[in-house]
Design a protein around this ligand. Structure first.
Ligand code: PHE
Length: 341
């Protein structure tokens, strides 16, 4: 019987350029009906038992050799096609990229968010005011007399109304010097009991290491029937401990603001060890019981309602919290500064 020379197949397998070409050769060899190897194996049946044993062993070895060669070439072609895919396809799902750098909120809005969270848990609503105020709301309704130094051109930005909409052209307006006008606006818009805070930008004509012409304040207002200084102390202490952290002691000093009576200032100091932050008392907030005239200006009867109010400077607290000595660094946008936090 004729024996098949498999070397041409071996040459073609080694030279197959694509997986498809390789599949075609495999089909030619091992196809179920016409495959050359399939037919050769079938033909063994026509041989005598002795011949069949010899020829069968030979053929099986050749078959195995061809299968291994096919498998080897297939592995090579697969590896090559993966390599060329990585070269041409920009989407390589196997690639591990370095983590994209992740930033964080600026210290001021970050602090404002934490204040909203802390007061929110104590049931305070977050209110909004307006940055351009009338003299009436910024001063008069807050009991600030016409000759009060806060109205002085030296520390206040005045603007003139352009008269858009239903406003009066030429009216003297002011970039609000504090968030306290929101107390009045909130009392006008809501019925007590009230609990609100309002964070926002305020403006004063000041600029040095601890003052900037624009800064942020938080006003707080709580009005109910039986509010006392005790409630105010409780809220202040709770909030300051949560905001500043550490073991803080408090000092409540009497002070004067025309819109509260009595008025107080709160100082904080860190107790003990390395946390003392120089061990000085730091003034952090102005507060007091809402003046009866201010309740009246807000449309409330001072015989029925009482309240407390407070206002603190956000930048000042951020500086204390993070040990920042110059407020201007908060606004310079220097990444070497920002990345420290
Ligand atoms: N508005 C005051 C300020 O800017 C702070 C303050 C608010 C004081 C509320 C008492 C009550 O200094």
């Amino acid at each position: 019987m004729s024996t098949t020379d498999w070397t041409p197949y071996e040459g073609r397998i080694a030279g197959a350029a694509t997986l498809e070409a390789l599949d075609a050769i495999e089909q030619e060899l091992f196809g179920r009906k016409q495959g050359a190897m399939t037919l050769a194996l079938k033909a063994l049946g026509n041989l005598s038992p002795d011949e069949r044993r010899v020829r069968g062993a030979e053929l099986n070895a050749q078959k195995q050799g061809l299968e291994e060669q096919l498998q080897g070439r297939r592995t090579e072609l697969r590896a090559a096609s993966r390599g060329s895919l990585a070269d041409t396809d920009p989407l390589d799902v196997t690639l591990t990229l370095p983590r994209a750098p992740r930033g964080h909120l600026h210290l001021v809005p970050e602090f404002i968010r934490s204040v909203e969270g802390i007061f929110g848990r104590m049931g305070f609503d977050v209110a909004d005011g307006t940055e351009i105020e009338t003299e009436e709301y910024n001063f008069d309704l807050l009991n600030i007399p016409a000759d009060h130094p806060a109205r002085d051109a030296q520390d206040t930005f005045w603007v003139r109304d352009s008269g858009i909409g239903n406003r009066t052209e030429g009216e003297r307006l002011v970039l609000r010097t504090h968030t306290s006008p929101v107390q009045i606006r909130y009392m006008h818009a809501h019925t007590p009991p009230l609990r609100m805070i309002c964070p926002g930008r305020v403006y004063r004509k000041d600029a040095d290491a601890t003052h900037s012409p624009m800064f942020h304040q938080f006003e707080g207002l709580m009005v109910d029937r039986h509010i006392s200084l005790g409630h105010m102390k409780g809220v202040m202490i709770e909030a300051m401990r949560a905001l500043l952290g550490g073991d803080i002691e408090f000092r409540f000093r009497s002070s004067y603001f025309p819109f509260v009576e009595p008025g107080l200032e709160v100082d904080v100091r860190w107790r003990g060890g390395a946390e003392t932050k120089e061990g000085r008392w730091l003034e952090v907030v102005g507060c007091g019981m809402v003046h009866p005239q201010v309740l009246k200006n807000g449309g409330l009867d001072p015989d029925e309602w009482r309240g407390f109010a407070f206002g603190f400077g956000v930048e000042r607290l951020v500086m204390i919290k993070h040990g920042i000595r110059d407020l201007r660094m908060l606004y310079e946008g220097d990444m070497r500064f920002a990345e420290q936090f």
